[in-house]
Design a protein around this ligand. Structure first.
Ligand code: APR
Length: 247
């Protein structure tokens, strides 16, 4: 496993830094990762069974209730030191004329709450709910809905504006993410198992273009062998150490 100095050196030399984050970055904020054992009421369900348009069509009450429980759980979550360190890294890069782009698979917007800006949200966000009939989108920051599925003023069922298995990713976000990976000379994969495409393709695109690559994750993943450096530790510990070493 890598120590920090070579990654610090690579950051100092890089001109275009790209970061892809996954659920592991929000774990220390109390949000279970997607592949954590499902807890409590939902233990008997496989997320992949709930996070699909077919599941919503089959049982809109169950799917919307599951997502709303996650939304309310996210309401209690605060950015952790890993989120804040990435916001600090973005500022550090900006001060030195380096480009920095944060791409996330997370739907909790904790990166933005920590101060990261211009975040590319590949899988949408749980804070916005969209009418399945008229397409109207509303941000929902309050308590649990009064009924499931919540209804739009037009009478349509509303769903979370997240990307479900089998759905297309938001075109503009995906285009920006591919362009970012292609233009990067240093690519970080942080807190993601690297299992779900097209997000998991980004590090391969960057590496093919000659970028150096680093993984920060609790445990080795399918991409560890590809990376130049790998740190297997909690993001909430490793990222602040990285940010502190840059000042
Ligand atoms: N710090 C760093 N990494 C962590 C931490 C932590 N504190 N806790 C867990 N991890 C790691 C896990 O070891 C795992 O490799 O984070 C990774 C989370 O992987 P997943 O649960 O697969 O989540 P993610 O990679 O974000 O999933 C990608 O798949 O399920 C879909 O749309 C969903 O956005 C999600 C996408």
């Amino acid at each position: 496993m890598t120590t920090l100095p070579p990654i610090i050196e690579a950051l100092r030399e890089a001109k275009a830094i790209a970061v892809l984050t996954g659920a592991g970055v929000s774990k220390e904020s109390g949000i279970p990762t997607f592949r954590d054992a499902m807890e409590g009421l939902w233990a008997k369900y496989d997320p992949a069974e709930l996070a699909t348009p077919e599941a919503f069509a089959r049982d809109p009450e169950k799917v919307s209730r599951w997502y709303d429980e996650r939304r309310v759980r996210c309401s209690a979550a605060r950015p952790n030191p890993g989120h804040r360190a990435l916001a600090d890294l973005q500022a550090w890069c900006g001060e030195r004329g380096k480009s920095f782009t944060l791409i996330t698979q997370n739907i909790d917007r904790l990166h933005q709450a920590a101060g990261s800006h211009d975040v590319i949200e590949l899988h949408g966000t749980i804070w916005v709910w969209r009418c399945t009939l008229c397409g109207d989108e509303q941000e929902e920051r309050g308590g649990p809905f009064e009924r499931y599925p919540p209804l739009c003023a037009c009478g349509g069922f509303r769903r979370p504006a997240v990307v479900w298995f089998g759905e297309m990713l938001p075109e503009q976000a995906l285009r920006r993410a591919f362009d970012t990976a292609e233009a990067s000379d240093l690519f970080f994969s942080i807190g993601t198992s690297g299992l779900v495409t097209p997000a998991a393709d980004l590090i391969h695109i960057a590496a093919r273009r000659g970028a150096r690559t680093a993984e920060i994750n609790m445990e080795p993943t399918s991409i560890t062998g590809l990376t130049d450096w790998a740190i297997h530790a909690p993001a909430g510990e490793a990222l602040p150490r990285l940010a502190a070493a840059l000042v």
